[in-house]
Design a protein around this ligand. Structure first.
Ligand SMILES: [Zn+2]
Ligand SMILES: [Zn+2]
Length: 341
């Protein structure tokens, strides 16, 4: 029987269409394996082409050794830090000047250095840079929210192949975030607990949707997943904002995130995907009702009329089957290289 499932957090309903159920492996891209070169002359993000980007915001390491991660302002920024976030309201039309920060984090000097295949230690450096930029921009009192995300592949919105992530800091809280915060606060008021801590405890007990669990993080398929293989990674320790992550947690998250990306890369043959760090707003440090997490969404299906019209998605892969499939994809512990299925 098909089943409707409600997302505990967003309250959105999805249809898990078991009648049309597809085995997880049927969603593999069947893409021919591509050899990506380490250096591309025309690529502005490749090592040696630093003069083709705007002046950098930071580089890691900063001691003059060759860089392994660089942050630069986005050349085609959606928002500008040169204006003030002046607000206006005319009738029902609310506006704010286009103030904000839009930065690119170049994951690696190597054009072929896809995050799924990088060593854990390198992914930890990238996450450390995320934290540094998150905390620096969060101090700015004009900034209300910082979104860190990755677009991997053309269907996920990536316009340059060189592996990179992005950060957009805005003077407003996006309504999607605000809605989630309200739901989390409502649950906290009703039940006196963080809804995510509660969920994690149950999920770890039940096991069926768990993909990877480490000492400090857990990656799981979403119970009411709107699209196939939507996966969330939660810190086991309660924390409302990403900026609160410790050095030990960065090391652990690097391993869990990279393992998950490697499993998707090997199991589904390098699907296009997005990931986002869903953090509470900058001033939510220490809040008890919200719990940050990483949301990983492979872009395997297209949004059609019913989804646009109703906001309700039809998912043809059972989240429990997706979890089992990913648990069984073997990847090298240290580098993510595929060891077969
Ligand atoms: Zn490049
Ligand atoms: Zn919590």
């Amino acid at each position: 029987m098909p089943e409707l499932r409600q997302n505990f957090f967003t309250k959105e309903w999805v249809i898990i269409a078991t009648e049309r159920a597809r085995r997880p492996e049927e969603l593999a891209t069947r893409r021919a394996a591509q050899t990506v070169p380490s250096f591309v002359e025309s690529c502005p993000f490749c090592a040696g082409n630093e003069n083709k980007t705007p002046p950098e915001v930071l580089r890691y390491p900063a001691n003059g050794e060759p860089w392994s991660v660089r942050v630069i302002p986005n050349k085609f920024a959606a928002l500008s830090s040169d204006v003030q976030p002046t607000r206006s309201l005319q009738h029902l039309r609310r506006r704010v000047n286009g103030f904000g920060f839009h930065e690119v984090i170049i994951d690696s000097p190597d054009h072929s250095g896809c995050m799924a295949m990088l060593p854990d230690a390198h992914v930890a450096r990238i996450l450390g840079v995320f934290k540094e930029r998150y905390n620096t921009l969060s101090i700015d009192h004009r900034i209300n929210h910082v979104t860190i995300f990755k677009n991997h592949g053309a269907d996920a919105g990536a316009s340059l192949q060189h592996p990179h992530s992005q950060l957009i800091a805005t003077p407003v809280i996006p309504s999607q975030v605000r809605h989630r915060l309200h739901e989390a606060l409502r649950h906290y008021d009703d039940a006196g607990e963080c809804m995510f801590c509660h969920l994690m405890e149950r999920e770890v007990e039940e096991q069926t949707r768990i993909v990877v669990k480490s000492e400090l993080f857990v990656a799981m398929e979403v119970f009411a997943s709107a699209t196939p293989f939507a996966t969330h990674i939660f810190p086991l320790r309660h924390m409302a904002t990403f900026g609160e992550i410790t050095a030990a947690e960065i090391t652990d998250l690097a391993h869990v995130l990279r393992s998950l990306l490697a499993k998707l890369y090997v199991g589904l043959e390098n699907p296009d995907l997005n990931f986002t760090i869903r953090s509470g707003p900058s001033d939510n440090v220490g809040a008890r009702h919200f719990h940050w997490y990483v949301s990983v969404i492979p872009r395997l299906t297209r949004v059609a009329g019913f989804e646009l019209g109703s906001g309700m998605f039809i998912n043809t892969v059972l989240p429990e089957a997706a979890a089992e499939f990913l648990r069984n994809v073997k990847v090298d512990k240290a580098t993510g290289a595929g060891l077969g299925k």
